[in-house]
Design a protein around this ligand. Sequence first.
Ligand code: SAM
Length: 216
Amino acid sequence: MKFDILTIFPEFFESPFSLGLFNKAREKGIVQLDAHDIRDYAEDKHRTVDDAPYGGGGGMLMKPGPLGRAIENVKEKSSNSIVILTTPAGEIFTDQTARELSEFDQLIIICGRYEGIDERVREIYVDREISIGDFVLSGGEHAAAVIVDSVSRFLPGFLGNVTSSECDSFKDSILEYPQYTRPEEYMGKKIPEVLLSGNHKDIDEWRRRESVKRTY
Ligand code: SAM
């Protein structure tokens, strides 16, 4: 899977994705992440990417030219690719969205800034609009990071053999059961007896019951 992020802050993506599972998957060639600076596609010497909105009003908007050129430059014609716009007006991102996006070979994610992007870029280039919740962020970078992280977990080999996304919350719309590790007693609270029983059938039943309880 190739993630191409279009942003005016490419450095935002350096630290979070050079750690942990994502970094391991990068080294194995399961994921590739390139953050592209939209300013590189500006045509003036000040590398301008924003301008005032027609009709007045506060704030600035991202100009269509640099953004459009950036999309056209990174889009791989041969690949199974999708252009995503991060926006509070989009469909709310869920586990199901992440599963669907993991089927593509290339995700191009546009990170808006200022008051957002020129509407014509949305009409011409965008395949799917995604919001990570009903609140307003200062930019799409945080939303893009959420999308990259959660989509990656569905890629074959990303989680290794230790665990599987099929055991995680939201599989079949159910949340994960409570989990415990050593010590057996912590601040007067003991772990549920059944987990020490060694009886895998009872443990599985207990976990299923607790998952349902937690979900409701
Ligand atoms: N004026 C816009 C509005 O009211 O809908 C908000 C623009 S916001 C300050 C700048 C950028 O942050 C947006 O273009 C978008 O890329 C990103 N953004 C803000 N909230 C978001 C959310 N809930 N989900 C995804 N992206 C978001």
